[in-house]
Design a protein around this ligand. Structure first.
Ligand SMILES: O=P(O)(O)O[C@@H]1C[C@H](O)[C@@H](CO)O1
Length: 290
């Protein structure tokens, strides 16, 4: 990371202090809404929201389907904060900016991060509208040093060399697969590997075939940096991908993926994701009292 892109501890702290002074909510769960999934925030009770534009140091959402609001509230009595709109590398943001809210969440007292995204299917057998519990990720930009933890390490957040062998909480993955049986949607659920590419182009057929050979199940343009930063600062992480389109692996296919179709499928499935996440949060336990 370039020195000019670094964000100092005091800047995160300033934003967290501003939020703590502006609301009585004290969230334990942070939720990041993927493209078109802002409806997830509507389930929060006793809501209080802030436009990103009014929060000191916060980046601004520039992508359609990302409203740009931070919403505090309770899910079944569990205190949450929800980002209606995330930041992506392809918007021109540094990875420090992309992941800025995650460290702010930590300073607010958040213990568990829930990440959601819209993604294209690579795995055979996945269909549009299916839901994938993320069991692991491949952080492609990280391979070339486009990594949110590059640069001097701030020990107040975490260690220099964090492990990513247990990035996604196994207990929360299993609980969600069990819950999907209770909710009657286990037929559309998968557990799989998410791959982050930089975007903003969708994949060529050759890239899609390569990802298939690598063992990728779903591909998108976000999530991995947020998860890395959350794990670095000691949060537990749970992630869901909504499969909004099939990634084309053959030449001569008629369908062409596009953002409009991504938003359409997200909006259709948002209510189900909302139920799944509400039931999951209801069963979460924290290391300190709410
Ligand atoms: O924020 P997410 O990862 O859900 O957004 C996906 C990836 C691109 O930003 C966009 C493509 O339609 O949706």
């Amino acid at each position: 990371m370039l020195a000019k892109d670094r964000i100092c501890y005091e800047t995160y702290q300033e934003t967290a202090d501003w939020l703590l002074a502006s609301t009585k909510h004290r969230p334990k769960v942070g939720i990041i809404c993927g493209s078109g999934l802002g409806l997830l925030a509507e389930a929060l009770q006793n809501q209080e929201s802030f436009k990103y534009a009014n929060i000191p140091n916060f980046p601004q959402s520039t992508v359609q389907g990302h409203a740009g609001r931070l919403v505090f509230g309770d899910l079944r009595g569990k205190p949450c904060v929800c980002m209606q709109g995330r930041f992506h590398m392809y918007e021109g943001y540094s990875l420090a900016k992309v992941t800025f809210p995650v460290r702010v969440f930590r300073l607010l007292g958040v213990e568990i991060l829930i990440v959601t995204n819209a993604a294209g299917s690579i795995a055979d057998g996945y269909k549009t509208g299916d839901i994938m519990v993320i069991k692991d990720h491949i952080n492609v930009p990280g391979f070339s040093g486009q990594h949110p933890l590059c640069g001097p390490n701030d020990e107040r957040f975490g260690t220099r060399f964090p492990s990513m062998s247990d990035a996604y909480d196994r207990g929360l993955c299993k609980l969600t697969m069990d819950l999907s049986k209770e909710l009657g949607c286990s037929n559309i659920m998968h557990e799989g590997v998410y791959c982050m590419l930089g975007g903003p182009t969708f994949e060529t057929p050759a890239e899609a075939c390569l990802l298939h050979k690598l063992g990728v199940d779903a591909v998108g343009m976000s999530t991995a940096p947020e998860v890395v930063v959350a794990r670095h600062c000691g949060m537990r992480v749970f992630g869901l991908s909504l499969i909004t389109n099939e990634v084309v692996k053959e030449y001569g296919r008629e369908e062409v993926p596009g953002h409009a179709a991504v938003l359409e499928i997200s909006q259709k499935r948002a209510a189900l994701l909302q139920r799944l996440i509400t039931e999951l949060v209801a069963r979460m336990e924290f290391s300190t009292a709410c």
